[in-house]
Design a binder for this molecule. Structure first.
Ligand code: WQD
Length: 341
């Protein structure tokens, strides 16, 4: 039975990926420092799959601890690396923490993989590396643009670290998945997105407003160059996204990769404006949503959505969950968290 190390595996996308890995027959060990998630996520993963992943709680930016982990676990076949600080706004005020944590964690993982003879790495990257693309939809040949935040820059730099490491260490296979906007929750409502404090991202803010936690949604600008004036994004269901990690790991372990560093856009291929998403939420849940239009948010791009041809053809993966179901799953998770029937 192949065993996969999932760093950041108690986080939003990490926990959903652990579920899909286990359901695909992989053994999983999670390493997470719990700086942005809770250990009870491990219990809930077990409730969904009936299998309890192994779990260790330590800081991956500590080089000795990472080396020691690989010395103690000789049966790791591949790594999926999610663990990172990811708040765009916070990264502007704490750039050193973001660079130290996000870059050192990855470098420690790569160094230990080489030392331990673990050959396959899937990396959690982001469409943020494209900035505001000139041409849409975005393909993998679309040039990366300077990131709008230190967080975004850690994704760009980490892709380059993996690219250069794989160029130097031919036996290591790296594959980056460039996520668009991950949203939703597992249909069981046992795991989902749990933002700490006031949510930065749109969908958790919507569900908290619908639950009465927030008074109303502020829509950051409706004077953009889009059909209804609000920004456009490619919102991808977190379970669809998690399944992309399973096919990526399988591609590397079966030696189907065409080079030892690859990257793929992982989106739906469909752009939705903020207002379209708000209306889809209201339609799918039947819940009214108070909102007001306010000024633009600094750093926001106008529009982005993916050309997913490469992932569809090379990975044999395609997003399938309809947006209405995704939003309903997000709402059911919010209600479960708040004890709302
Ligand atoms: C989406 C749209 C906002 C909140 C970020 C990161 C990206 C990835 C996903 C980690 C924008 C609007 C939002 C609100 C609003 N994260 N909005 N009111 O900024 O596209 O992407 O999260 O990998 O890397 O950059 O996502 O959900 O914050 O915003 O109007 O209260 O919703 O202006 O147009 P974003 P988001």
């Amino acid at each position: 039975m192949s065993k996969i190390l999932v760093t950041g595996g108690t986080g939003f996308i990490g926990s959903h990926t652990v579920v899909e890995l286990q359901e695909a027959g992989y053994d999983v060990i999670i390493v997470d420092d719990l700086s942005n998630s809770k250990a009870e996520v491990v219990d809930n993963i077990e409730k969904i799959t009936g299998k309890r992943p192994e779990f260790e709680n330590f800081d991956l930016s500590n080089r000795a601890d990472v080396l020691n982990f690989f010395l103690r676990h000789k049966d790791i076949d591949a790594v999926i690396h999610f663990a990172a600080f990811k708040a765009v706004g916070e990264s502007v005020y704490k750039p050193l923490e973001y660079y130290r944590n996000n870059l050192n964690s990855l470098m420690n993982i790569l160094e230990s993989m080489k030392f331990a003879g673990v050959r396959n790495l899937v990396f959690s990257s982001s469409c943020t590396v494209y900035g505001q693309p000139e041409k849409l939809p975005v393909t993998e040949s679309t040039p990366r643009l300077p990131a709008e935040s230190p967080y975004g820059n850690t994704k760009t730099v980490n892709e380059d670290i993996i690219r250069d490491f794989c160029a130097a260490e031919k036996e290591i296979n790296g594959l980056a998945l460039r996520y668009f906007n991950p949203i939703g929750a597992h249909p069981s409502s046992l795991i989902g997105e749990s933002p700490v404090g006031v949510p930065n991202n749109l969908v958790p803010y919507i569900t908290q407003t619908a639950a009465g936690i927030r008074k109303e949604l502020s829509i950051f600008g409706n004077d953009y160059d889009t059909p209804d004036g609000t920004p456009i994004r490619d919102y991808i269901d977190v379970v669809d996204l998690s399944k992309a990690h399973v096919v990526a790991i399988r591609r590397l372990m079966e030696g189907k990769n065409k080079s030892n560093y690859e990257f793929f856009n992982v989106g739906t291929g469909r752009g939705l404006s903020v207002l379209e998403l708000v209306n889809a939420f209201k339609k799918s849940t039947g819940v009214d949503l108070p909102y007001k239009i306010v000024g633009r948010r600094a750093g926001d791009i106008v529009k982005i959505w993916a050309d997913t041809t490469l992932a569809n053809t090379e990975l044999g993966w395609k997003a399938e969950v309809p947006i209405e179901q995704t939003l309903l799953n997000a709402w059911n998770w919010e209600k479960k968290c708040r004890g709302i029937r």
